[in-house]
Design a protein around this ligand. Structure first.
Ligand code: ADP
Ligand code: MG
Length: 250
């Protein structure tokens, strides 16, 4: 049975898209078939991160409106066998409604082990559409108060939508930055503030940022990639400890 996961954050720029792609690559390495659905209408980016931007003709809104058959709006990431993308529309006004998005995802999900849905920032209609078909949510937060507030807001919103299975991904963790910020005593304090069970801690890692921005996701090994592999294994039911060495924690 396939698992449908929405990546959410409330606040923008926490690393939802980066985590979506990093997790997808890690799942593909476990021989899973993974479909990414980009729900960030008007601000799509997963196509760039996978390096398929020049191949795109159709998007989610074309598939939803019958402008193309659904398979024509799904692109294979040439560099990674088993990884597929349904891109978001280029124009924000082509955003698909939650009910139509759910219908669309439900119609394709059985062909994949995982469907990862990347959501836009905020708790508006774009998020509702992204969450509509999801069985669970991964809430991506940075270890700082503004991002923690976004995580709490999105958790509340998910509850209102009847989606109570949520896990936390703390992204861009840096011991040095945390110390100089001086808000949270330690990692546990961040997790407590987010009131959500932890699934992964991803370090601040310039390499993962550069790889994704160059459209070369999945090509290089990096500290963040190791934590994505651990997250993928956890989703598969393995009991993998947090990679404290990578995070600089004793
Ligand atoms: P969102 O999808 O939530 O808007 P993005 O995935 O686009 O966020 O990431 C926002 C910015 O943060 C990008 O410049 C990205 O490269 C960077 N970034 C994300 N995760 C990390 C990380 N773990 N280490 C360093 N930079 C990161
Ligand atoms: Mg994004």
């Amino acid at each position: 049975m396939s698992k449908v996961i929405v990546l959410a954050s409330g606040k923008g720029g926490t690393g939802k898209s980066t985590v979506t792609v990093g997790l997808a690559v890690a799942l593909v390495k476990l021989n899973k078939r993974v479909l990414l659905v980009d729900c960030d209408s008007g601000m799509r980016g997963l196509d760039l991160m996978l390096g398929v931007e020049n191949e795109l003709v159709y998007d989610v809104s074309d598939a939803a409106s019958g402008g193309c058959d659904t398979d024509s709006a799904i692109y294979s990431a040439q560099s990674m066998y088993g990884l597929y993308l349904m891109p978001a529309p280029l124009a924000a006004e082509d955003e698909v409604s939650p009910s139509v998005m759910k219908e669309l995802v439900d119609s394709v999900k059985d062909g994949y082990d995982y469907v990862l849905i990347d959501s836009p920032a905020g708790t508006g209609s774009g998020f509702d559409a992204a969450a509509a078909a999801a069985d669970m949510a991964l809430i991506v937060a940075n270890p700082e108060p503004t991002s923690v507030r976004g995580a709490l807001n999105i958790r509340l919103k998910l509850s209102k939508l009847g989606k109570d299975e949520a896990r936390l991904v703390i992204n861009r963790f840096s011991l040095k930055r945390s110390h100089s910020l001086g808000v949270y005593k330690d990692l546990d304090a961040v997790i407590d503030a987010c009131q959500t069970q932890l699934a992964a801690v991803v370090p601040e890692d310039m390499r993962i940022a550069a790889i994704a921005q160059r459209g070369e996701a999945g090509k290089a090994k990096s500290p963040a990639a190791v934590t994505f592999e651990n997250l993928a294994a956890r989703l598969e039911g393995e009991n993998v400890p947090i990679a404290k060495k990578i995070l600089g924690i004793k």
